[in-house]
Design a protein around this ligand. Structure first.
Ligand SMILES: [Zn+2]
Length: 306
């Protein structure tokens, strides 16, 4: 819900079978429907790639794309002698889901940086330069270690990876790419009692209502800027629009020292906390919003302890 509200890129870390893919597929169901303008943009991309289904006139749902980790660079960002849009553009205004994130070829992952930063992708050919839009939520998933069971309390599946192997596995995702992902969330193996619990969970309809309310606040906040959402804020916009109350400031400072968080985590935490505060309909970011946002920086913390 936080990712959908603020258009934050998200990385889920959890063992096989913990429901990462199922969870990610649900993101598009809690995002508002495409506006007419957005629907036109998306339909154009699907039309030139011959991907419109049964002469469909207009795409109304947000796209969800999940290419396999063996995808080529051209498949991901677009290519060919007359370049066709790739997965980053087919995900425009929707979600690009990359499961088994560290298994993608490193050079393929590195080319994601331009679309993530510029919200479009440029492909040069000798006769022309092609630009396709590519504004999407990057949703990625990975195991906590090569065998997948690090941190698992299951008797039958315990982790057999060395610290060296774990570090090697995680370092396949470079710092600059990780910099563009605000949320790192640990997903634990689902407990049978939780799945079958009769306790009322929030429905998709309730979630979409909260997401829409939080997005409305953001549209108003950024109306005089070139962005719309907290996930897109950068530089001075962060400090101008994401104000912390004094307790929140103090907590952030103490946490940085205590947890040894990296400098890059600082802005990410504030941006995420801004979205949590918007979901809470609060003008200022409070300490509880900061505390929650810090929980979503798993990789910053883990790299120091493994
Ligand atoms: Zn392992």
């Amino acid at each position: 819900m936080i990712s959908a509200s603020g258009m934050h890129n998200i990385l889920l870390i959890g063992p096989p079978g913990s429901g990462k893919t199922m969870l990610m597929k649900r993101i598009t169901s809690i995002l508002p429907m495409l506006s007419n303008e957005e629907a036109l943009e998306v339909t154009k991309i699907y039309s030139i790639t011959n991907k419109l289904k049964n002469n469909q006139e207009l795409m109304k749902k947000r796209p969800f794309r999940s290419p396999h980790h063996t995808i080529s660079q051209a498949g991901l960002i677009g290519g060919g002698s007359i370049p066709k849009p790739g997965e980053v553009s087919l995900s425009h205004r929707g979600v690009l889901y990359l499961d088994e994130f560290p298994e993608f070829h490193r050079h393929v992952l590195e080319v994601l940086r331009q679309p993530l930063e510029e919200k479009e992708i440029t492909i040069s050919r000798s006769k022309a330069v092609y630009t396709y839009p590519s504004q999407f939520i990057l949703a990625a998933a990975m195991n906590p270690c090569p065998c997948g069971y690090l941190g698992s309390d299951s008797q039958s599946n315990s982790c057999s990876c060395s610290a060296h192997k774990i570090n090697q596995y995680r370092s396949k995702i470079s710092g600059p790419l990780l910099d563009r992902i605000d949320l790192h969330v640990e997903v634990l193996q689902m407990d049978y009692n939780i799945i079958t619990s009769s306790e009322k969970q929030m429905s998709s309809a309730e979630m979409i209502e909260r997401v829409e309310a939080a997005q409305k606040i953001q549209r108003k906040r950024y109306q005089h800027t070139d962005i719309h959402f907290n996930g897109e804020t950068y530089g001075s916009l962060i400090y101008e629009h994401c104000k912390l109350d004094s307790n929140a400031k103090e907590l952030l400072q103490v946490s940085f020292e205590a947890l040894g968080l990296s400098a890059r985590a600082y802005d990410r935490i504030i941006k995420t906390a801004r979205t949590i505060a918007d979901l809470d309909e609060q003008t200022h970011i409070k300490s509880e919003h900061i505390a929650e946002a810090i929980q979503y920086r798993t990789l910053d913390r883990r790299f120091h302890t493994v």
